[in-house]
Design a protein around this ligand. Structure first.
Ligand SMILES: *[C@@H]1O[C@H](CO)[C@@H](O)[C@H](O)[C@H]1NC(C)=O
Ligand SMILES: *[C@@H]1O[C@H](CO)[C@@H](O)[C@H](O)[C@H]1NC(C)=O
Ligand SMILES: *[C@@H]1O[C@H](CO)[C@@H](O)[C@H](O)[C@H]1NC(C)=O
Ligand SMILES: *[C@@H]1O[C@H](CO)[C@@H](O)[C@H](O)[C@H]1NC(C)=O
Ligand SMILES: *[C@@H]1O[C@H](CO)[C@@H](O)[C@H](O)[C@H]1NC(C)=O
Ligand SMILES: *[C@@H]1O[C@H](CO)[C@@H](O)[C@H](O)[C@H]1NC(C)=O
Ligand SMILES: *[C@@H]1O[C@H](CO)[C@@H](O)[C@H](O)[C@H]1NC(C)=O
Ligand SMILES: *[C@@H]1O[C@H](CO)[C@@H](O)[C@H](O)[C@H]1NC(C)=O
Length: 822
């Protein structure tokens, strides 16, 4: 009996879940939802996670989202007509057969599919590809309208983005206004409405800041990385009635989406379920700052900074709340009005001054002015109250009336120069003589008070320090020390000696009371809860190996998260390997570093209880002790930082070219991803330079491509760092080159395990001649594609593996016969 009841119950549940249709007698309102047959997508009323504003009533939008991914919508209906009360609003089939959203309290139509349909038996069905299809109940082969072909900010596999040549209507991808508001933002991606076969990204439908280049039959000409399109099928259709681009996944288990984000970049992302985050592997324009006018009027963009936008000197955010939601388009406003704007011609008010901004991308809409010198140019600007800035360069004098837009900091490209920004005199104080006396008196007084305070606090501090020293040594009994923030402040001399830093925060040197040197890593932007943080940290704390940096302790107070590591006197590998004319690293040392690093990684991959994929193997994360013994740093951070890790890496663009191609595909990441990065790093150990940073003499800009071909020609000596003057063991060099080349194979099952690498480098395994990896051949043809890989790496997220993926790794390599016992 019991199984029967169970089945009955199950069928009830399945029946409930199977509602994927809206018809004229089943409108959708309130908390009702429909779910696609395979439970991939859900449609209902959606409200974005608002920042902190709980006071204002929530806005609701009809949206489709991934059933199993929180807060990721793929389509919204009433983007610019939000609903405040979903219970009085219904998504239903209208009398004309269209799907409509009706505000029943006001009897108003908020949205409609707006097709001409000669039938009253239409129904809307949510499909597993994420599309809401308007079809006919009597004849399902008729499809009047598909949401997937009318995208909002997300272009899903199977959707068309193009132009209907009959109506001249082109489908556009438009970002949300800000992260909490789906109404249309200022940017758009669309096929050239004039009929050419290229896509444009535009600002306010007027300025084009990126183009795909025309379709050449295989790819869009300015998107060469499409040739390495691994897991995608794509097609461009251009005929008399329509032209559009369409893509699909070769493997339907991969969840991929194409979005235009609030900051005007287009991105292809895949969902990585281990980290529960989206991994971006392709973005255009490549740099955030190439997005036109991203930072609004008087805002300035800075590459590799978070946030990218800041207000220029003398200006402040116009609408702070928008900036907080990543909408910078409102720009900035003047803090102090110009003298000419205030009407005061009295003698005390000083005339406006100019602040010089060097190496900036000059704003748009410059006007020429007649001036023979920089001084004349300044006067020309001062003479007009609407003039906000000027520049004087070899083409003459240029002035700006009105808003300054599209500025960028630290810019050295075309259209750069020194901008003289007009500001009120009070924004640029200088030492006027009459004021010096007063200022001197004030400064003197303040200084006297400060000295007294300093003396008093010194004594208090000394007493405090004695107490504190006691406390630290007391807690040092266990394995991991839970530090207080104030203690860490103290031992690092208030974070004064910065050792380095990356996307997740800075590292500072410190000294414990027993004079043990430590490195304190201050993590930025960790939003993980206290409990989870402690759990992760204690896992990392138990991992000890001679080639792994040891975690000594941590601090978790309020929102502060710090990690305390043993201090490595010789710093990170990149500092020893890459700079300048001379190098401290002999061939023998390099070989030991390669071997030690492999051992450290091998321990993480195979030897410790919960195995760990590092995810961020690069020279910056290999530290060296006083005898140049390598120690892998930052392992476990991937999991610790989770989403934050990937978010920061998505935005920052530091790391180049260490990322395995499977990050693109969205398939499960295994330890072989670390092997790939290790291989890339091994090439750098051999050559002494960044792989992407080789001059003409190496025949190619991308070293692994060059190395792979030289290896086949039997000419390995040429690959060795010229600074070593050929002083190195050729057998070891050959072995290292072969290993490196095997490590970067596209097919992860062809790459050796870290265990095999150790054995090969130790001389216990022989290694065959590796083939040239397919993606390298692509790289060799088009230097542009190298940038593609740097973009991939900029999106590098993290991944921590569990035992299931380890076993995958083992089974994948067991068949590999390129490495044989000798
Ligand atoms: C609408 O759907 C419901 C349940 O799916 C069904 O019972 C009803 O007959 C349908 N109505 C029409 C007009 O098709
Ligand atoms: C519906 O279509 C008509 C013409 O077909 C157009 O004029 C109207 O603006 C459209 N309405 C909406 C809401 O798109
Ligand atoms: C809708 O279809 C029914 C038959 O199913 C028909 O009787 C009715 O007249 C139709 N109504 C309209 C407005 O076309
Ligand atoms: C173009 O739009 C018209 C009117 O909406 C529609 O009838 C036609 O099927 C569309 N053509 C294509 C190729 O989608
Ligand atoms: C389309 O053509 C018109 C007229 O020829 C031109 O003014 C416009 O700039 C073109 N638009 C684009 C995006 O090329
Ligand atoms: C254009 O291509 C679409 C899709 O392949 C096809 O359905 C349509 O019939 C074609 N139209 C013409 C005029 O060839
Ligand atoms: C400046 O003077 C004009 C007319 O003389 C007046 O309309 C304007 O409000 C004044 N502006 C300020 C900021 O006082
Ligand atoms: C001088 O500045 C103007 C204004 O931005 C710019 O258009 C021009 O290219 C610059 N000329 C040189 C030689 O840099």
């Amino acid at each position: 009996m019991a199984p029967f009841f169970f089945l009955l119950l199950l069928s009830q549940i399945l029946l409930c879940a199977a509602i994927d249709t809206i018809n004229s007698s089943t409108p959708l309102s309130g908390v009702q939802q429909i779910v696609s047959k395979g439970n991939k997508f859900t449609l209902g009323f959606y409200t974005p996670l608002q920042g902190k504003t709980t006071s204002s009533p929530s806005n609701y939008y009809i949206a489709i989202w991934y059933s199993n991914i929180q807060q990721t919508t793929v389509w919204t209906a009433n983007s610019d007509a939000p609903v405040t009360d979903p219970t009085t609003t219904a998504l239903t089939i209208g009398s004309d057969g269209n799907l409509v959203l009706l505000d029943q309290s006001k009897n108003r139509q908020l949205w409609s599919t707006n097709m001409s349909i000669g039938s009253n038996s239409t129904i809307a069905v949510l499909r597993d590809d994420g599309s809401l299809d308007l079809t006919d109940a009597t004849n399902p082969s008729i499809v009047y309208w598909r949401s997937i072909d009318h995208p909002t900010n997300t272009w899903l596999p199977g959707g068309k983005l193009g132009l209907n040549k009959t109506t001249g209507v082109s489908q556009r991808l438009v970002p949300w206004r800000n992260t909490a508001n789906p109404s249309p933002g200022l940017f758009s991606l669309e096929l050239d409405p004039n009929g050419s076969t290229q896509y444009f990204i535009q600002w306010k439908d007027s300025i084009t800041y990126w183009t795909s280049g025309p379709w050449n039959g295989n790819i869009f000409s300015l998107v060469p990385e499409m040739t390495a399109g691994y897991n995608y099928n794509f097609q461009f259709i251009d005929n008399g009635t329509e032209s559009y681009f369409i893509y699909s996944m070769k493997d339907n288990n991969i969840i991929s989406r194409f979005i235009i984000d609030v900051n005007g970049q287009i991105k292809q992302e895949t969902w990585v379920s281990f980290t529960q985050s989206w991994t971006m592997f392709w973005a255009q324009p490549r740099s955030q700052c190439e997005v036109y006018a991203l930072c609004g009027a008087y805002g300035s963009c800075k590459v590799d900074a978070l946030p990218f936008c800041t207000c220029i000197k003398g200006f402040t955010q116009k609408i702070q709340s928008d900036w907080d939601l990543q909408d910078y388009s409102g720009g900035c406003k003047r803090r102090v009005p110009l003298q000419c704007q205030t009407n005061s011609s009295s003698s005390q008010s000083q005339s406006d001054k100019f602040y010089s901004m060097e190496s900036v991308r000059l704003p748009d809409n410059a006007q020429t002015a007649v001036a023979a010198s920089s001084q004349d140019c300044r006067v020309a600007c001062l003479n007009s109250c609407s003039c906000n800035a000027y520049t004087y360069n070899s083409s003459g004098c240029f002035v700006w009336h009105g808003d300054l837009i599209n500025l960028q900091d630290q810019y050295s490209g075309n259209g750069g120069g020194t901008l003289f920004l007009r500001l009120a005199a009070s924004e640029l104080p200088d030492s006027k003589k009459s004021k010096t006396v007063i200022i001197g008196a004030v400064v003197g007084g303040v200084a006297a008070v400060l000295i007294v305070i300093a003396i008093v606090s010194y004594f208090i501090f000394q007493k405090y320090r004695r107490e504190r020293t006691l406390r630290i040594s007391k807690t040092a009994g266990g394995t991991l020390i839970a530090f207080r923030y104030s203690d860490l402040q103290h031992v690092t001399n208030n974070f004064s000696e910065r050792l380095g830093g990356g996307a997740f925060g800075s590292v500072f040197k410190g000294k414990l009371p027993d004079s043990t040197a430590i490195a304190v890593k201050r993590l930025d932007g960790v939003h993980q809860g206290e409990k989870q943080f402690r759990a992760e940290v204690s896992t990392i704390g138990t991992i000890q190996h001679v080639n792994l940096v040891r975690l000594l302790g941590f601090c978790s107070e309020g929102s502060r998260r710090l990690l305390v590591y043993e201090f490595m006197p010789e710093g990170s590998l990149d500092l020893q390997l890459f700079p300048g004319e001379k190098t401290a690293l002999s061939w023998a040392t390099r070989y030991q570093i390669a071997l030690g690093t492999a051992r450290g990684l091998n321990y993480l991959h195979e030897k410790c209880r919960d195995c760990i994929i590092h995810c961020d193997v690069k020279p910056e994360n290999i530290l060296l002790d006083e005898s140049f013994v390598p120690k892998v740093a930052d392992f476990g951070l991937a999991k610790l930082l989770g989403r934050d890790f990937s978010r920061v890496l998505t935005t920052m663009r530091g790391t180049r070219g260490y990322l395995a191609p499977e990050w693109i595909s969205g398939v499960a990441i295994t330890a072989k991803a670390d092997v790939f990065s290790y291989g890339m790093m091994l090439f750098e150990l051999i050559s002494g330079r960044r792989n992407s940073d080789h001059g003409e003499e190496r025949g190619s800009t991308f070293f692994p491509t060059f190395a792979a071909s030289k290896l086949h020609e039997g000419d390995v000596r040429i690959l060795m760092d010229p600074r070593l003057n050929g002083d190195g063991n050729v057998d070891e060099l050959t072995k290292a080159c072969k290993v490196a080349c095997w490590c970067i194979q596209d097919d992860e099952s062809a790459r050796p395990t870290t265990g095999q690498i150790v054995q090969i480098l130790e001389g216990f395994l022989d290694v065959n001649m590796p083939p040239v990896p397919r993606s390298l051949r692509v790289l060799g043809e088009s230097p542009d594609v190298i940038n593609f890989f740097s973009d991939i790496s900029s999106s590098q997220t993290s991944q921590t593996q569990n035992s299931t993926t380890t076993s995958q790794t083992h089974s994948a390599t067991s068949g590999s016969s390129h490495f044989q016992s000798s």
